[in-house]
Write a protein that binds this ligand. Structure first.
Ligand code: NAD
Length: 263
């Protein structure tokens, strides 16, 4: 059963939360009493959804690649909600091309959104948390792609792997301010019904699922639950950690995939 006052008085910002996993993360915090900001580059998709969530949620358009827009997002949060306690770097983009065909522009975009964007967001959030007197939670959404190389995903895997290391460095630096920094890394997750993306092909899903011990896609609610946990008092001593939520995909990635057991 949901504790509707667990995060009462807390304020959360989730980037890239107009749909998909980010929207679910925001929903779960709000369901537990938090106020918060839905932020996304996609205002058309996000603003009506934020308005439908009621007065505890405001919408602020922001491109996480842009330092001034990220700083303005913190200002929006303070103006609307008075403080900032939890920051989730969720914004992401997917470029899936073989390295020989990947343009500099596409590679750089992935790094800009998923690594530099995460840095800009975490830094802006932590500056405010320190100014408030310390304490706070920064959560970066990683991916199973951070630790499992995948053909056609050089920029995505590299950016996500960088994000995991970024979280660890920030955890070292901000521990003295009472700020924890962790990564939640989803496996293939069925976020598409609420995004603009139709999702990967049936063939890709089928092949991917053969490597997932749980035998199914993840649910956005399961990724959000991990984020909520990392923001609870129970997780106060967890920092610099990567919490993998992938149905066991990473655990079995190096095994031989066959229907029979080796004799
Ligand atoms: N769905 C999966 O299978 C899966 C698996 C592993 C990791 N992830 C990660 O989870 C996160 C959410 O993904 P999702 O599946 O919900 O898809 P999604 O495409 O709905 O989420 C990404 C959101 O980020 C926004 N965005 C893109 N560029 C932006 C920018 N420059 N500034 C601000 N917002 C921007 C998009 O508009 C979108 O709303 C991403 O970081 C993604 O890499 C997803």
């Amino acid at each position: 059963m949901v504790n509707e006052t667990e995060f009462a008085g807390k304020v959360v910002v989730v980037t890239g939360s107009a749909g998909g996993i980010g929207w679910e993360i925001l929903e779960q915090f709000v369901a537990r009493g938090a106020r918060g900001v839905m932020s996304d580059i996609d205002e058309e998709l996000g603003r009506p959804r934020a308005e439908a969530m009621g007065e505890s949620v405001s919408f602020c358009p922001a491109d996480v690649r842009d330092e001034a827009q990220v700083d303005a997002l913190v200002e929006h949060c303070l103006a609307e909600h008075g403080r900032l306690d939890i920051w989730v770097n969720n914004a992401g983009v997917g470029v899936h091309t073989l390295a020989l065909d990947t343009t500099l522009e596409d590679f750089a975009k992935q790094v800009d959104v998923q690594l530099i964007g995460a840095f800009l967001g975490a830094r802006a959030a932590a500056r405010q948390m320190v100014a408030q007197g310390g304490g706070g939670r920064v959560i970066n959404i990683g991916s199973s792609a951070a630790r499992n190389a995948r053909k056609g995903a050089a920029s995505h895997c590299s950016a996500k792997a960088g994000g995991v290391m970024l979280s660890k460095v920030l955890a070292l630096e901000w521990g003295e301010h009472g700020i924890t920094v962790n990564t939640v890394s989803p496996g293939l997750t069925d976020s598409w019904p609420t995004t603009r993306y139709e999702g990967p092909s049936e063939e890709y899903r089928r092949n991917f699922l053969r490597m997932v011990p749980a035998g199914r896609l993840g649910k956005p609610a399961e990724i959000a639950a991990a984020c909520v946990f990392l923001a609870t008092d129970a997780a106060a001593f967890i920092t610099g950690h990567e919490l993998v939520v992938d149905g066991g995909y990473g655990a079995g990635k190096l095994s031989v995939h066959a229907d029979t057991i080796m004799e």
